[in-house]
Design a protein around this ligand. Structure first.
Ligand SMILES: NC(=O)c1ccc[n+]([C@@H]2O[C@H](COP(=O)([O-])OP(=O)(O)OC[C@H]3O[C@@H](n4cnc5c(N)ncnc54)[C@H](O)[C@@H]3O)[C@@H](O)[C@H]2O)c1
Length: 252
């Protein structure tokens, strides 16, 4: 498939899901700029893509720093000539966000919500102008099923991801007439090396049984939906939160 031929896409946040998206988008013909605060994670993935014959650059990107995102956008423009797609995907580690609203220290809550919301707003502010200049493009924000599922803990994470869906709808509405589509992908549990190392096998098996597909979600499941949204196949889809969760949560 070459439905992303000639598209230039910036993915902010590599790792399990970001790397899989980069590989899938590049395999469909896109030139990918992949950034992560852990530069090696992004560079290794970009090297794998170029070795397989695709187009990719891996670089250091700190989603909390305006200059760092601006520099990644500049790399897309200087190396590949423009920007057609942006995927805001990173997540700063938030070990403290395991408490309820009574337990979480306010500094921790502020760090979690600020890190996600501010970072995704910055990505929007810096990615939109070159996309508008090009006549439009597609933006994806990775959120979570925590957006619409009640959880007794992770109040900061759920609030930040829910706020990002509001940002997504704003961008879709404000810039839709200028050719911009914006959507959010809400993964359920997506298993990759890092998740596998953190979760006990019994939890993973219970999670598999909670799906109706009978399988655990993998980063490639997100990548397939991201590729569709970045392509012309997604041309009539905007302002939506797309769940990718094996049917663990079904909603209108
Ligand atoms: N894996 C899941 O089960 C799951 C479920 C729901 C939502 N998500 C969402 O998917 C996205 C990707 O998660 P993942 O599972 O691939 O995790 P991951 O930890 O593999 O990837 C996240 C990446 O973000 C990077 N990062 C952290 N702070 C950053 C910053 N300031 N700037 C740039 N990069 C930064 C990390 O270095 C890491 O490589 C996240 O937004 C997460 O909330 C994941």
């Amino acid at each position: 498939m070459d439905r992303l031929k000639d598209k230039v896409i910036l993915i902010a946040g590599a790792g399990g899901i970001g790397n899989a998206c980069a590989k899938r988008l590049a395999s469909e013909g896109a030139a990918v700029v992949l950034g992560d605060i852990e530069a090696d994670v992004a560079r290794t993935c970009a090297d794998q893509i170029t070795q397989a014959g695709g187009k990719a650059v891996g670089l250091e990107l700190d989603g909390s720093e305006e200059e760092s995102i601006a520099s990644a956008v500049e790399t897309a423009l200087s190396k590949f000539g423009g920007l057609d797609g942006l995927h805001a995907n990173f997540l700063q580690p938030n070990e403290g966000d395991t408490l309820d609203v009574l337990g979480i220290p306010m500094a921790e809550w502020e760090e979690v919500t600020r890190g996600q919301q501010r970072g995704y707003v910055l990505c929007s502010r810096l990615g939109l102008p070159p996309m508008l200049e090009r006549g439009g493009g597609s933006i994806i924000y990775t959120v979570s099923d925590a957006v619409y599922m009640a959880e007794p803990v992770r109040v900061g994470y759920a609030m930040a991801k829910a706020a990002i869906t509001a940002l997504m709808r704003h961008v879709a509405k404000r810039f839709g007439h200028e050719g911009i589509r914006a959507n959010a992908i809400a993964p359920g549990l997506i298993v990759h090396d890092k998740v596998e190392a953190m979760m006990p096998p019994e939890f993973l098996e219970a999670s598999r049984l909670a799906t109706v597909t009978g399988r655990l979600g993998r980063p490639e499941d997100i990548a397939g939906v991201a590729a569709m949204l970045m392509s012309e196949d997604g041309r009539h889809v905007t302002g939506q939160v797309m769940s990718v969760n094996g049917g663990t949560m079904m909603r209108a």
